[in-house]
Design a protein around this ligand. Structure first.
Ligand code: 13P
Ligand code: SF4
Length: 318
């Protein structure tokens, strides 16, 4: 029996099986650097769903979390969609259970439901339009000014959209464990020691962090800002995986991960994203397991809200 021992072997084996099986590896920016480097496509939630919808591959291996792989399956139901670890969930998606959400939206019958892509297929099936952090503001603004809107599940992103657009949305009270863990106090200490550093933050962060941020945006937006901006130093308030692309794109610049409140833990790592490893990707490709399977009816009910987002996004300059 052939034993795959080290990282080099694993990378070679993954490349070999991927090509034999006409598979594609899609990786989110929050994955480990070595996974990002082997992926066919690395990107944010919007880019990943666009890639899944357009791929010609027979198999999609999703190096990300469950709701992302589920979205890929809904958009490409004829493809085999695999996730290297079924336990790679999302605290934000978990903060919006379908039963409670169904009861919640019943209280607002004349509202349009906009949900962040970080939701289960069941929530997407109850949603009118999905959004990601890249297009959230534009999706909300694509609706008439007087449209009544429910926004779910991230309260920080929802409140941020309200502050930018001047809208007053009904917001579900959910949050992400990574983005709520950043310490404003510790971040400002770093800023004091590095007065030339800019704070760049994901809109899932809490309001006090966003208030002091020099730039707010999705992972793609933060990355692009760090490339185009003339500054040399950034304190990055989002999951630490994005620093890999930032350092690759701007090796001459300094990127400091924003510190968490609890100094004893690496809370700026998403424990779910980091469940994925090269070894698990190799096993997933080889054995074609674990596979994302969803009921046809649920996929059909959830697809409309995602397709609507993709359609609106086509006409946007993002
Ligand atoms: P984006 O990929 O849209 O930047 O969102 C980050 C995120 O929280 C993914 O889980
Ligand atoms: Fe979910 Fe937060 Fe992890 Fe993104 S970083 S996958 S929102 S838990």
């Amino acid at each position: 029996m052939k034993v795959v021992k080290n990282t080099i072997d694993l990378i070679e084996e993954i490349k070999k099986i991927r090509s034999e099986k006409n598979a594609v590896i899609l990786a989110h920016f929050y994955q480990e650097g070595e996974i990002q480097d082997i992926a066919d496509y690395v990107g944010d939630s919007l880019g990943l769903s666009q890639q899944a919808a357009a791929t010609n591959a027979d198999i999609i291996v999703f190096a990300g979390v469950h709701f992302m792989a589920e979205t890929a399956k809904i958009l490409a139901p004829d493809k085999k969609v695999l996730i290297p670890d079924m336990a790679a969930g999302c605290s934000l998606a978990d903060s919006c259970p379908p039963k409670e959400f169904a009861a919640f939206i019943k209280n607002y019958p004349d509202h349009t439901v906009i949900s962040y892509v970080n939701t289960t297929a069941e929530i997407k099936a109850m949603t009118d339009i999905i959004c990601t952090s890249t297009n959230a503001i534009q999706i909300v603004e694509s609706l008439p000014k007087d449209e009544k809107i429910i926004f779910a599940p991230d309260r920080n992103l929802g409140n941020y959209i309200c502050s930018v657009t001047g809208r007053d949305m009904v917001i579900w009270d959910g949050a992400c464990h990574v983005h709520e863990e950043f310490s404003l106090e510790r971040m400002l200490e770093i800023k004091n020691e590095n007065p030339d550093a800019q704070i760049i933050a994901h809109p899932e962060c809490e309001k006090p962090i966003l208030i002091v941020a020099d730039h707010i945006g999705s992972t793609t937006s933060l990355l692009n800002y760090s490339i185009k901006d003339e500054g040399m130093k950034y304190i990055v308030a989002t999951e630490s995986g994005i620093l890999h692309q930032m350092r690759k794109s701007s090796p001459h610049k300094t990127f400091i991960p924003a510190p968490p409140k609890d100094s004893t833990c690496a809370c700026n790592d998403c424990k779910y994203m980091k469940l994925i490893s090269l070894k698990k990707i190799y096993n997933t490709l080889k054995y074609e397991l674990p596979e994302i399977t969803l009921e046809q009816k649920l996929m059909d009910m959830a697809r409309g809200s995602i397709v609507r987002m993709l359609e609106i996004s086509k006409s946007l300059k993002l």
